[in-house]
Write a protein that binds this ligand. Structure first.
Ligand SMILES: Nc1ncnc2c1ncn2[C@@H]1O[C@H](COP(=O)(O)OP(=O)(O)OP(=O)(O)O)[C@@H](O)[C@H]1O
Length: 698
């Protein structure tokens, strides 16, 4: 019991911020002037127009526009006021209110004479007022000339303008046939509020708060608004189409984003309305053409979003699925992702082109393994490659376990390991175009005595590789013309981290590529236009500001692709890393079918169920799966997040089961080394075995 209590204390939660890095720049003393300038730029009390030149210019432009529009607005207000006054007078002179009241009490006939008298009286009053006005006007003109008439007209028109001014939500004042609204909202925020109301994004009595006035940004107008309390930005993103309709623009022109971070909140929306279809402009060349080499660890330039912001795609430690109907730019997108890897001499490429066209031919000059064709023999060859890669991944984990903590802190490949030729663990990308061809292949194969089709086995191998491969430096890039659930097994889809959906037939296919429910969150690639070749929705792996983004991929025709492949070959020749097919060696894959079948689970009985273990050990063992044999150290933070448990209680319970936390130094994403807490897989193994043994003997 005593021992357990100690363990409880040691299992305190792990805080990411517990280390202070004193190598960071230390605070500097600021002069009074600097402090004032800092306060000026940061204070919310100083109007933005006094801090930001572009904003001030926009304010000035808006003021000039408002002044120019003033006479017209005044005239309209006067006309509206006149009509309102006229309506009031008509009701008065016809004794409308009295008549209504009598009608209501069903005494209209009794009151008829009174009403008639009152009507005549009011007409007489009207006549008398009109006659007096004419007489007074004439006298004034005779005495003082026309000036008093002008003064009277000005006063009356001002009164009418006040009466006829637009009031928020005043009914009956909106023209039934509205003119073009496309840009009206940039000058009159009320139009924007009306659009939000029309799109049912806010209620009739609710209004928006402009965080920033409409500003010219790129080839469009941007505005940031706060929704009324309880309304969510996510709903605006979801109903973008209704808002586009209310603003009278095509939905491809309307970009809606939630503002995140310190300057944003769940109800703050940034809108950007393009002047014209942002994807109709001429295609853009990939910036990779301007560089000599690329680092595979850096995200690859992939395309531009509607606002022309560059979108990069990280590839290492993840995998990519590209799906679309034919001729929408799948192969081009897969080549773009591959291009970054080609320009890194330390990257090994396996290219399988089941499209059997010319698109990938140039890659044969750099690829370690390359094939192009869609016959069963190609499918079987791919199977051998994958078996070889599974063996390779297992070997890498074994070798990483033997490396010292400094070189390999976390059973994960690092940039240094991937470039060390003596370790032989380069980033290895397997690119399969038209992956549905091998996945649907029905050639019978026998794996460890179990009969299955080549397609099924390839599905299992790919799933294993997508699950285990990324940490060992394996990158999967799969492109498919048929992103339906039958072709791409759901187990495989679930482990492919990044997704890119070009145009597909319907929202179901879009969800299959992008993930469940993505259409209800406003991301549906079946809505992209057929003319928008190379435009798709990218859902990158990991924590990104937006869940997904519509990207127009760079255009890389065959000539550019050839140039990059040639460059990649030259780099590999210089670095001495040209191997396999590209070097002219037709090496047959090294296969250990039995070992691979064992690890994949093909032909094996289902793994021993872990239900007999107590919680949270059972969940930990279940979560880790095969990782239990592959990894050495599991950070507590990872387990806490994956299992959704409370850290202190989790530490105590693990301690009770005999699993004590340990400390390890690991490299973070920025290469900084941190000391973190976690559990040794050996300890977890021992605890599980110990429990089972105890249970078995009792
Ligand atoms: N980013 C882009 N910008 C402009 N056009 C593009 C872009 N990407 C692809 N295209 C055009 O789309 C056409 C089809 O591209 P691609 O061959 O990649 O389609 P695919 O989806 O792979 O077709 P398939 O299913 O037949 O293999 C290309 O010929 C190219 O002209």
């Amino acid at each position: 019991m005593n021992v357990d209590e100690q363990a409880v204390e040691k299992a305190a939660p792990v805080y990411d911020a517990e280390l202070v890095d004193d190598t960071l720049p230390q605070p500097r003393r600021r002069t009074r002037r600097q402090r004032l300038a800092r306060w000026w730029t940061r204070s919310p009390r100083v109007p933005r127009a006094l801090k930001d030149g572009a904003y001030a210019r926009q304010v000035a432009k808006d003021m000039i526009a408002a002044v120019l529009r003033l006479p017209w607005r005044y005239l309209r207000a006067v006309v509206r006021g006149f009509l309102a006054a006229f309506r009031w007078w008509r009701r008065w002179v016809t004794v409308h209110d009295y008549r209504d009241a009598a009608e209501h009490q069903e005494k209209l006939a009794d009151k008829f004479i009174q009403i008639r008298e009152l009507t005549l009286f009011r007409w007489r009053v009207t006549g008398a007022v009109a006659a007096s006005a004419v007489v007074v006007g004439t006298v004034l003109v005779v005495l003082w000339g026309s000036r008093p008439l002008w003064i009277a007209a000005a006063v009356i028109s001002a009164a009418l303008a006040i009466l006829g001014r637009r009031k928020d939500g005043s009914p009956g004042r909106k023209p039934a046939l509205a003119g073009p609204r496309t840009l009206a909202w940039t000058m009159d925020p009320q139009v924007l509020v009306d659009a939000f109301r029309d799109a049912k994004l806010i209620g009739k009595d609710e209004t928006l708060r402009l965080v920033e006035r409409a500003l010219r940004v790129g080839d469009g107008w941007a505005v940031t608004v706060d929704l009324p309390a309880t309304r969510k930005a996510a709903d605006v993103i979801k109903n973008r189409e209704a808002l586009a309709s209310a603003l009278a623009v095509d939905e491809v022109q309307l970009i809606v984003e939630r503002v995140r971070g310190n300057s944003g909140h769940a109800g703050r929306v940034a809108l950007w309305v393009a002047d014209e279809d942002p994807y109709a402009a001429p295609p853009l060349r990939t910036p990779l053409l301007d560089v000599e080499r690329w680092d595979a660890w850096r995200p690859v330039p992939f395309g531009r979003d509607a606002r022309n912001r560059r979108i990069d795609l990280p590839l290492v430690w993840t995998s990519l699925l590209i799906g679309a109907i034919p001729r929408q730019g799948k192969t081009f997108a897969a080549r773009l992702a591959t291009a970054g890897l080609i320009l890194d001499a330390w990257t090994r490429l396996y290219v399988a082109d089941f499209k059997a066209g010319k698109d990938w031919d140039a890659a044969a000059r750099v690829a370690h393994r390359f094939m192009s064709g869609d016959e069963p023999e190609h499918v079987l060859a791919l199977m051998d490659w994958l078996v070889e890669l599974v063996g390779e991944v297992q070997g890498r984990y074994r070798r990483m376990r033997d490396l010292d903590d400094e070189t390999c802190p976390e059973s994960k490949i690092t940039p240094a390991i991937s470039r060390d030729t003596s370790l032989n663990m380069p980033i290895t990308a397997i690119i399969i175009d038209e992956v549905q061809v091998p996945l649907e292949d029905r050639t019978p194969v026998e794996v460890q005595g179990k009969k299955l089709t080549a397609g099924e086995y390839i599905g299992e191998l790919l799933t294993w590789l997508a699950k285990k491969g990324p940490a060992a430096g394996i990158v999967l890039i799969l492109a498919t013309q048929r992103p339906d659930s039958k072709t791409i097994p759901s187990g495989l889809r679930a482990v492919l981290g990044s997704r890119f959906a070009l145009r597909v037939m319907d929202w179901r296919d879009s969800n299959i590529v992008l993930g469940e429910q993505m259409n209800t969150r406003g991301y549906d690639s079946s809505r992209l236009l057929p003319t928008h070749k190379g435009v798709g929705i990218l859902r990158p792996d990991g924590d990104t500001e937006a869940l997904a983004v519509t990207v127009r991929t760079y255009y890389m025709p065959n000539d550019d692709w050839n140039t990059l492949c040639q460059r990649g070959r030259a780099l590999r020749e210089a670095a001495g890393t040209l191997t396999g097919h590209a070097a002219g060696d037709a090496v047959t894959p090294m296969l250990d079918q039995a070992a691979v079948a064992r690890v994949i689970g093909a032909g094996q009985p289902a793994a021993e169920p872990s239900v007999e273990l107590p919680e949270p050990l059972a969940s930990v063992v279940h979560y880790l799966g095969d990782d239990l044999d592959v990894r050495e150290f599991i950070p507590t933070a990872e387990l806490v997040e994956a299992l959704g448990v409370e850290p202190t209680a989790f530490g105590k319970q693990m301690g009770d089961l005999g699993c004590r936390p340990d400390r390890r130094r690991v490299a973070g994403d920025e290469g900084e080394v941190r000391q973190i807490r976690g559990y040794l897989t050996a300890d977890i193994h021992a605890a599980a075995e110990g429990w089972r043994a105890n249970r078995g003997s009792s």
